[in-house]
Design a protein around this ligand. Structure first.
Ligand SMILES: NC(=O)c1ccc[n+]([C@@H]2O[C@H](COP(=O)([O-])OP(=O)(O)OC[C@H]3O[C@@H](n4cnc5c(N)ncnc54)[C@H](O)[C@@H]3O)[C@@H](O)[C@H]2O)c1
Length: 255
């Protein structure tokens, strides 16, 4: 297969965590991947660790940088088949302790950034003959979730955005889906465990116990990566506008 025929993907926020696992899974499945992160050095390091990957650092909040990311991917790899808007940040605070600046910190990355990535990737994917976009949302997007209200609101909007784009792009050969993970053991969560414990009145280490009770264990980045690959698989040609939950049962049960 020539390099212009090989499927290609952009994964944002892919220097570590879920994004890096998605990039690794896609590479194993024969994609050439663009690693893209706001942390340029980490982005370059991650790309160097994956066969055929290239690094195009990008802050997904910046429209010009997102345009340059998509243009750069097509220029360097010849085509674009898959966009995975994965970059995300979280803050832990009740909504009444969340000021507008904090709200915007979360929504600018988790919602505006996803909009920009989908908005600019879609025409490039259409020009390559069709493909996929898989957004990394969250189960918090379909459930009220104390202490991460700004994050949950942004994820709810991402789910809706994916469903709307799925309809708008159906006849243009682009499928748009979202994955909704529960708690995954990455820095995004583990670095904030103590804050959760403080607000919830749990002893040190108590957050791990809560997760074990609610979803059995932490999910792994690799599990999310396989769900992304499943949705992007050309065999799933009629799966579009769906939101695939993987959370060990967290969101499906009251007790
Ligand atoms: N960890 C979880 O429990 C969990 C659950 C559901 C959904 N998610 C979502 O999965 C995605 C990845 O999360 P993770 O757990 O791997 O987090 P992480 O903190 O391990 O990694 C996030 C990456 O995004 C990058 N990033 C942050 N702001 C950026 C920006 N403006 N532009 C480009 N890159 C930026 C960071 O540098 C980092 O490399 C996020 O969208 C997150 O909301 C995570």
């Amino acid at each position: 297969m020539s390099s212009t025929q090989q499927r290609t993907a952009i994964v944002t926020g892919s220097a570590k965590g879920i994004g890096l696992a998605v990039a690794t899974e896609l590479t194993a499945r024969g994609y050439r991947v663009v690693i893209s992160d706001i942390d340029a050095e980490a982005s370059d390091r991650a790309a160097a660790s994956l066969e055929g990957a290239i690094s195009i650092p990008c802050d997904v909040r910046d429209e010009e940088q997102v345009k340059a990311l998509v243009d750069g991917a097509v220029e360097q790899l010849g085509r674009l088949d898959l966009m995975v808007p994965n970059a995300g940040v979280a803050i832990v605070a009740p909504l009444l302790e969340t000021d507008l600046a904090a709200w915007r910190t979360v929504t600018s990355v988790n919602l505006d950034g996803v909009f920009l990535c989908l908005r600019y990737a879609a025409p490039a994917i259409m020009a390559s003959g069709g493909g996929n976009m898989v957004a990394i949302a969250s189960v918090t997007g379909v459930n009220g979730t104390a202490l991460v209200g700004s994050y949950a609101a942004a994820k709810a909007a991402v789910i809706n955005l994916s469903k709307t784009l799925a309809v708008e792009l159906r006849d243009h050969g682009v499928r748009v889906n979202a994955v909704l993970p529960g708690f995954i053991g990455t820095d995004l969560v583990m670095d904030r465990a103590a804050e959760f414990e403080g607000y919830l009145g749990l002893p040190a280490g108590g957050f791990d116990g809560l997760i074990a009770q609610k979803q059995g264990r932490y999910g792994t980045p690799e599990e999310v990566a396989r769900a992304v690959a499943f949705l992007a698989d050309p065999e799933q040609g009629w799966v579009t506008g769906t939101a695939l939950t993987l959370d060990g049962g967290l969101s499906g049960s009251l007790l």
